[in-house]
Design a protein around this ligand. Structure first.
Ligand SMILES: *Cc1c(COP(=O)(O)O)cnc(C)c1O
Length: 225
């Protein structure tokens, strides 16, 4: 077995164990295997092991490797977990099945227009800047309700959940708890939270999607942000 396939099976077992230990886990927790910076050859062993849900943080990079992999493997589900420019919505809707980085009205309107041009089933998450870090994407927690109302109720975008990236070097638990609270208040069923270092904690707070990269594919040589 390749190292990444072995890591995959280890992470799936840890997800299972964390769900069993959790008092109130989500009905299911999907592992998004994050493949940014890794090429098709590095991804294939994980596909061969049967995994089908993947995440990329850049539209352009995903366009380079996933059409070929989609042609070779059925039922791939690809999630955009990084920032999206409103002039890249056509490519994003073409390339991805889910978008986790919806975070501003201009982007919401652009996605609405694009989905009218090329209708397809998609899942969207609103990114919340739970740490209110100035350099980080996402709506502030106090703006979340109004932005959910705009995206879901006014524009009828397929918004099903919230996503967060807690500040580095901080206990992520309060951020996961806050995201869970905001999702409940806004009756959103999905929670995208938890990465290689903290997915077990996120599962405690009801994560439905964990985004794990380096624990499966190894450390990235370039920091892809
Ligand atoms: C890279 C990335 C991840 C995965 O991070 P790891 O620490 O490698 O597991 C998760 N979420 C986002 C938004 C990312 O950009």
């Amino acid at each position: 077995m390749s190292e990444s396939a072995a890591n995959l099976s280890d992470i799936l077992a840890r997800i299972d164990a964390a769900r069993k230990k959790a008092v109130a886990p989500a009905p299911s927790t999907t592992l998004i295997a994050v493949t940014k910076t890794h090429d098709a050859d590095a991804i294939r062993p994980v596909l061969d092991a049967g995994h089908r849900v993947f995440g990329e943080n850049r539209v352009q990079e995903a366009m380079g490797k996933w059409p070929g992999l989609r042609a070779a493997y059925r039922d791939i589900e690809l999630h955009l977990i990084g920032p999206l420019q409103s002039n890249k919505t056509r490519e994003a809707v073409e390339t991805f099945d889910a978008i986790h980085s919806l975070d501003r009205p201009k982007l919401a309107h652009a996605l609405k227009a694009e989905l009218e041009k090329q209708p397809k089933p998609m899942t969207m998450f609103i990114q919340v800047n739970t740490g209110e870090e100035p350099q980080k994407a996402g709506v502030a927690p106090h703006e979340a309700a109004a932005f959910v109302a705009l995206c879901r109720d006014e524009l009828h975008l397929p918004v099903k959940g919230l996503m967060c990236i807690p500040p580095n070097n901080e206990n992520p638990a309060p951020h996961f708890a806050l995201l869970q609270k905001l999702a409940r208040e806004n009756t959103l069923p999905l929670l995208s939270m938890g990465m290689s270092g903290d997915f077990e904690s996120a599962i405690k707070f009801g994560a439905t999607h964990v985004r794990v990269g380096s624990a499966i594919f190894g450390e990235r040589s370039v920091d892809a942000g």
